[in-house]
Design a protein around this ligand. Sequence first.
Ligand code: SF4
Length: 698
Amino acid sequence: QGDSADFDSEVASVCPFCGVGCQISLKIKDGKVKYVEGLDGPANEGRLCVKGRFGFDYIHHAHRLTKPLIRRADAPTKGLNVDPANPLTHFREATWDEALDFAAKGLSDLGGTKVAGFGSAKCTNEEAYLFQKLIRQGFGHNNVDHCTRLCHASSVAALMENVGSGAVTATFNEINNSDVAIVIGCNPTENHPVAATYFKQFTKRGGKLIVLDPRGQALKRHATHMLQFRPGADVSLLNAMMHVIVDEGLQDDAYIARYTENWQAEKDHLADFTPEKMADICGIAADDIRAAARTFAAGKAGMIFWGMGVSQHIHGTDNSRCLISLALMTGNVGKPGAGLHPLRGQNNVQGASDAGLIPMFMPDYQSVTDDGVRSAFTEVWKSGDFSAEKGLTVTEILDAVHAGQINGMYILGENPAMSDPDVTHARQALAKLDHLVVQDIFLTETASYADVILPASAFAEKDGTVTNTNRQVQMGRAALDPPGDARADWWIEVELAKRLGLGWNYTHPREVFAEMALNMKSLDNITWERLESEGAVTYPSLSPEDPGQAIVFGDGFPRTDKRALFTPANVIAPDEAPDADYPMILTTGRQLEHWHTGSMTRRATVLDTLEPEANCSLHPRTLRELGVEPGEMIRLTTRRGSVEIMARADRSVATDMVFLPFAYVEAAANILTNPALDPYGKIPEFKFAAVKVEKAGA
Ligand code: SF4
């Protein structure tokens, strides 16, 4: 905390880490962020977590890229062999003109379907929109995707199918009006910490909290029911809970009759899923399953929150289908205190998806296969048609590189050399590319494979809007100039597009936002000027004065006859069962102090001081059986590879499980993960792999 004497200026913006979207005030002194305070934003009401309050000085880190770089002709073979502190061993500095000409020529020489793009959920809505436009307009196809594929693609697939919209039906703050809530497959105190404060307050007011997770967590202390079920048993558990509701007649028949379809099929399907039959599969006593089901069904208004523990499975879409069915059968959509809320991960993954940074949808989830949709966009873009075929997803694009079908990529702000499953395969694909353009603020693991690197801007160095997990479109504002010759991402995209002959002439993100609004109904009544003065507007907004709808679908769903769909879900086993060679279960995730692949938070002094070393967690009994003391090194081996890492004792981890954060390059979790995909969302099974655990050096 400070007073105005502490800083030269203060600028309102939005935290760049998680999807909660806390509004912040950046206090600037001598051209640097001196400290940050929470603002009274609609999602955070002044609150911040440790990342939002102390995680900003990566912006000023000595590793920031400040000049465009081109790979030297005599550089060593491509690999993770570049020191981010000294990139000139492999690259030479270039002017912007030279670097942009080189980047554009390499991509256009390959041309068409030989080129694909990964955009970023860390960039603004305008930058995401421009990125998908550049690939579609410039190369004529839809091979453009981003990290939504790795987090909630399966949740979005289920939501689109069953309620007709991929976003949350109620803000997380709506829990203020709930009397019961389910938190499943997520650990909000670490991953959405400010949202977790609302969940804890809800229990203090007497709200009943049901936590369902294979791993224990801090919210357990606040829960009325904690069901620590076996990894991968989500569908069995949720179907058993729904069986109880039907068996005991606890469903909301009036709601089901008025707002849903396919109920009879769902009901028939659930008949077999008795708690007694599912108890062993789930590792939960039948009575505990019954008690949790009764508590949820008895609530007057209930919310369901879920995270990647639900979505990152080959049955991720089925998991979400169950959650949607549970909400529908209890009438818990479209009224105060009720709703479905997949807690989005990245600060702008909702906005980047809304803006069309996905291979099957144009902005606002309008299908690329619809001729009318494409022509509405090409009319605005003043360009010819592009492919009506759905494009390839993140992992499919890298497979296509291995197959020689894609030879060039433009990657903005993503780090697939760390974030993709079976990352050795992903790194080999990056090394194989004939032309790789990477745009980022640091020389990431992915940038070390680049042919040309374009130095970009951190969030505090550019204007632009972002959309949080609550559907709140918020204004981020430039507080600083980018360092050296670094530039705002939208500027780089525009300059590249000019060199690809696309004739773009945007001079500010507000012009891009205005273009987006032409074909995005979600932005009706939301203008750049409104966002500048109000800071945030929730979509949908029904009038220029409406701050937006916190709850949607009170009068039916955007589907045929306004009815939501029940889709029965069958049990599908995880792709890789533990066996004699790999007897334990590996699951991956985040920690409170580090964000995703660590490129920002491991360069933030406070956060890196709190959590400086790669570590994984096992139950103390498991460590004892391995003859390992907490703090000693262990070796984890799966069918994809091996890493050595420091072990911690953690009673919240089941005895047959290892929890491995994915932020650490020195023990990259994704060397181990299984790339098997959910067939609908095409999301990899990050949450379950068979693993062998040994004492290192044994
Ligand atoms: Fe930032 Fe998320 Fe923490 Fe809020 S909860 S301060 S958005 S990391």
